[in-house]
Write a protein of this length. Structure first.
Length: 196
């Protein structure tokens, strides 16, 4: 009958913050299994509890039994400590989302920003008082128009904003607002991912 090796695990969530957990004890064939085989078995066992857990080392006492190509090819029977202790401490670390996933999340944020940008700009212009029926009295739009002293020229900020408020952004405005919104939300999403 194959000996039972006891395993205990320690998972590191962040520097200085970890948690111990039990890995099911598994029968091992000391004569046929290598350290690499054992690593695969332990990793698969731990992933049932922590899907993003990555095995960083297996130890018997203070001795790390894996981690180099030479050690990983070693048969378990050639590790004297495993015969006397029969208990292996396994250290894990939670892997963060990989960079590809981060890029996908940030691109999704950029897409949302690109879609929302024109709507936000159009809504802000309307809320400021530039509407289809003209400039609404008592709004920031009216105050801006008054600052011109009653003479609003074609191509001025008031004229452009009133045109947008009356008929919408137009193709150029939509593209510009989508670009700015997409860029800002992409950068904001990247920043949030970096902090987390």
């Amino acid at each position: 009958m194959a000996p039972i090796v006891k395993f205990s695990g320690n998972i590191q969530f962040a520097p200085g913050f970890g948690q111990s957990f039990k890995i099911n004890d598994v029968p091992v064939d000391l004569d046929a299994m290598t350290v690499s085989d054992l690593r695969l078995m332990v990793q698969a066992n731990a992933k049932r509890t922590y899907k993003m857990a990555a095995l960083t080392g297996m130890y018997i006492g203070e001795t790390q039994i894996d981690g180099t190509e030479q050690k990983d090819r070693m048969l378990l029977r050639d590790i004297p400590e495993i015969l006397t202790h029969q208990e292996i401490q396994c250290n894990f670390q939670l892997r963060p989302l990989d960079y590809v996933s981060n890029d996908v999340v940030a691109a999704g944020g950029g897409l949302v920003g690109a879609l929302a940008g024109p709507v936000v700009v159009q809504s802000a212009i309307s809320a400021a008082g530039f509407g289809a029926g003209g400039i609404v009295a008592g709004t920031p739009a009216a105050a801006l128009m008054a600052s011109y002293g009653g003479s609003v020229g074609a191509g001025s900020a008031v004229a452009i904003l009133q045109s947008i408020g009356a008929v919408g952004l137009g193709l150029g405005g939509i593209v510009g607002a989508a670009g700015v919104g997409g860029f800002l939300l992409y950068q904001g999403t990247r920043s949030l991912i970096g902090r987390n």
